[in-house]
Design a protein around this ligand. Structure first.
Ligand code: UDP
Length: 354
C-alpha cells in the first residue's frame, strides 16, 4: 500500500509523525511525505526533525507567503504533479489548512483515494477559513477519521449516512503525539515562576481585532496579580500589542518567543492552568491534566466543555476573570475522550482493511 501524506504546518508534522510510527510496523506500507511549505518558520529547521524524530519530507513544494487563492492554487498544481508521478493508493491529509484542501482536491480529481484525519470537526463559523477547508475536504474524502463522537454526529447531521464515505471513530492522533513526547519534554531556557498560567493567542479573530486583544490582555493583567501568566507569542502579535499601546503588567505577565513542542510540553506539565485560543492546546491541557479557559466564542472540542474540563470565555475580560475565579472545573482527567494514544493504530488498521 503506497501512501502520500500531505503536510504544511508544524502541528501537522507532529500528528503525521505519530501515524508514520504506526505505518512503520508494516513492511507492506510505503509512505512518502510532501511538505507544501505553507507554514515555514525557523523552528522547522533540521533540529526540529531530529529532536522530534519526525521523518523528513520526500518533497518540499516551498509554497508560502501568498494569499489563500494563490497558495491553494499553487499547491493544487504541484501536488497533482507529485501524485501523477507517484501514483499512490491513498493521499492522507490532516486537519483544516489550505494544504489539507489542496491535497484532497488534487487527489480526488485523479481518482486517488483520500483519507482525512481530524474529520467531522465543525465550529459552525463559516467566517473561519478552517471551517471552509474542513467541510469541503470531508465531502471529497473516501474515509473520514473522526476524533470524537461529536465529529461523527456532525457528519450525520450533514447527511453523511446517505453518502458513500466510510466513517471511522479513531480518537485523536494528537494524544498519541502528546504521550510519545511527554517523556522527552525539555525545560525552556529561562526561569519559570513556581506558579504560572500558560496562555497562547494566535487566531486572527483575536490578534487582528484590537478590541478583543485589549480585553484579553486586560484580563491577563488582573489575573497576573494572582498567578503569573506566561505567553509564548508570535513576534507579529507582539508588534500589534506595541503598536496599539496595549498595556502589559510586565511584573506579572511574561511574554516569550514561540517555543518548541518539547518545551511546550514542559510548560503544560508545570502550569496551573491554560488560557488559549488554540484548538490543539485545549486538548493538550486535558492530556496533561490541566483546566482550560478558551478565549474563543466557540470550539470544535465540545466534549471538553460538556465535561467541564474547559470553559468558553470569548474575548470578554469579565468572563475570563470570573471563570478563573469561580468556574468549577472537573479535576478528574481520567476520562477516555480521545482514545488515549491508540488513534494511529486504529487509522492504520482501517486503511489496511478498506
Ligand atoms: N505550540 C508550540 N509552541 C508554541 C505554540 C504552540 O509547540 O509556541 C504547539 C501547541 O502545543 C500545539 C500546536 O503547536 O500542539 C498547535 O498550536 P496552534 O495554536 O499553533 O494551532 P491550532 O491548534 O489552533 O491549529
Amino acid at each position: 500500500m503506497r501512501i502520500i501524506t500531505i503536510v504544511g504546518a508544524r502541528p501537522q508534522f507532529i500528528k503525521a509523525a505519530a501515524v508514520s510510527r504506526a505505518f512503520a510496523k508494516y513492511q507492506e506500507i510505503e509512505e512518502k511525505i510532501v511538505h507544501t511549505g505553507q507554514h515555514f518558520d525557523t523552528n522547522m529547521s533540521d533540529i526540529f526533525f531530529e529532536e522530534m524524530e519526525i521523518p523528513r519530507p520526500h518533497y518540499n513544494l516551498d509554497i508560502n507567503g501568498l494569499g489563500h487563492g494563490a497558495m491553494t492554487g499553487q499547491m493544487l498544481e504541484k501536488i497533482e504533479k507529485v501524485l501523477i508521478d507517484e501514483k499512490p493508493d491513498w493521499v492522507l491529509i490532516y486537519g483544516d489548512t489550505n494544504s489539507t484542501i489542496a491535497g484532497a482536491l488534487a487527489a480526488s480529481k485523479l481518482h486517488i483515494k483520500v483519507a482525512h484525519v481530524e474529520a467531522g470537526l465543525r465550529s459552525f463559523n463559516m467566517n473561519m477559513p478552517e471551517e471552509v477547508n474542513r467541510i469541503l475536504t470531508d465531502r471529497i474524502s473516501n474515509i473520514l477519521f473522526c476524533p470524537t463522537d461529536t465529529a461523527i454526529n456532525n457528519l450525520k447531521s450533514e447527511g453523511y449516512d446517505n453518502i458513500d464515505i466510510k466513517i471511522v471513530k479513531s480518537g485523536d492522533v494528537m494524544q498519541d503525539a502528546a504521550l510519545f513526547y511527554a517523556e522527552k519534554s525539555k525545560k525552556p531556557p529561562f526561569n519559570l515562576p513556581e506558579k504560572f498560567i500558560l496562555a497562547t493567542i494566535h487566531r486572527a479573530e483575536n490578534t487582528d481585532d484590537i478590541e478583543r486583544l485589549k480585553a484579553i490582555f486586560e484580563a491577563f493583567n488582573t489575573i497576573g496579580k494572582d498567578t503569573k501568566v506566561i505567553i509564548p507569542l508570535h513576534p507579529r502579535t507582539h508588534k500589534i500589542l506595541d503598536r496599539n499601546q496595549i498595556k502589559l503588567d510586565s511584573d506579572n505577565i511574561q511574554i516569550i518567543p514561540p517555543v518548541g513542542y518539547l518545551e511546550m510540553i514542559h510548560l503544560l506539565k508545570n502550569c496551573e492552568m491554560v488560557m488559549t485560543d488554540s484548538g490543539g492546546l485545549q486538548k493538550e491541557a486535558f492530556f496533561f491534566d490541566k483546566s482550560c479557559i478558551t478565549l474563543r466564542d466557540e470550539t470544535e472540542w465540545v466534549e471538553l466543555i460538556e465535561n467541564k474540563y474547559n470553559v468558553l470565555a470569548g474575548a470578554d475580560s469579565n468572563k475570563i476573570i470570573e471563570n478563573y475565579n469561580k468556574f468549577e472545573f472537573n479535576k478528574d482527567f481520567s476520562m477516555d475522550l480521545y482514545a488515549k494514544g491508540h488513534a494511529s493504530d486504529f487509522i492504520v488498521k482501517a486503511l489496511k482493511e478498506y
